[in-house]
Design a protein around this ligand. Structure first.
Ligand code: PRP
Length: 211
């Protein structure tokens, strides 16, 4: 069973406070801070990627180094996941990018599935899928997405979020013990309407408001 990694880096924690803070919040600032945290999550979540040894010609001679040798997929759960997608693409510009459209039903709190651009069968050169969504509340949305990936043949899946609820972490871990989870903070409570409490608000609305 994978353990959940909670980023303890002081800068990640600093920007977590910025994301939570209501006073002075603007969509621009929220997107910027989500991107900053996304960069740090990308560094941490990719630290075990496979590499290959290479030689490179410098202006003076030959140096040895290592390059990435695996292919990744970045799976953004819209809307909120798109804020992490930009950050991951900074470091993995050649990754596959797949979108999953899911929204949580406001009455049942279950995920409503609208569609996905995950291929029917994942490509043969795929190593790891990073599922990107800042908020892990009940984990219904994450579990639905991970099952789609497994049904398409994905073998290695990593969930990358920002804020999780204890309940959601437990549910996701129980349903998919093989999936490594990365977060920046975990809150103990969910409200009666299944919002993470004290949380940070609605990461989709805060980044990409409709009006
Ligand atoms: C939020 C959040 C997750 C989901 C988490 O999205 O971004 O996708 O809810 O809830 P769960 O763990 O209980 O399933 P929402 O459905 O509000 O859509 P949005 O990203 O468009 O705001």
């Amino acid at each position: 069973m994978s353990t959940t990694v909670v980023l303890s880096h002081p800068i990640a924690q600093h920007f977590m406070v910025a994301l939570r803070k209501k006073k002075g919040r603007t969509n621009e600032n929220f997107r910027r801070d989500m991107h900053r945290i996304g960069l740090m999550l990308a560094i941490e979540a990719t630290k075990d990627l496979k590499t290959k040894s290479v030689k490179v010609t410098t202006p003076l001679g030959i140096a040895t180094g290592s390059c990435l040798r695996s292919r990744q997929a970045l799976v953004s759960i819209t809307r909120a996941g798109n804020g992490l997608l930009d950050a991951f693409l900074q470091f993995l510009p050649e990754a596959y990018v797949w979108h999953v459209s899911v929204s949580r039903n406001e009455e049942t709190f279950k995920p409503d599935f609208h569609g996905s651009k995950i291929p029917g069968h994942v490509p043969s050169d795929l190593d790891v899928c990073y599922v990107l969504d800042p908020m892990l509340a009940t984990a219904g949305t994450a579990c639905l997405t991970i099952q789609l990936l497994k049904d398409a043949g994905a073998k290695k899946i990593v969930y990358v979020g920002v804020l999780g609820a204890s309940e959601g972490v437990a549910t996701l871990t129980a349903a998919h013990p093989d999936v490594q989870i990365y977060l920046v903070a975990i809150d103990e409570k969910l409200t009666a309407k299944k919002f993470i409490d004290p949380g940070l608000g609605d990461a989709g609305d805060e980044q990409y408001p409709t009006v």
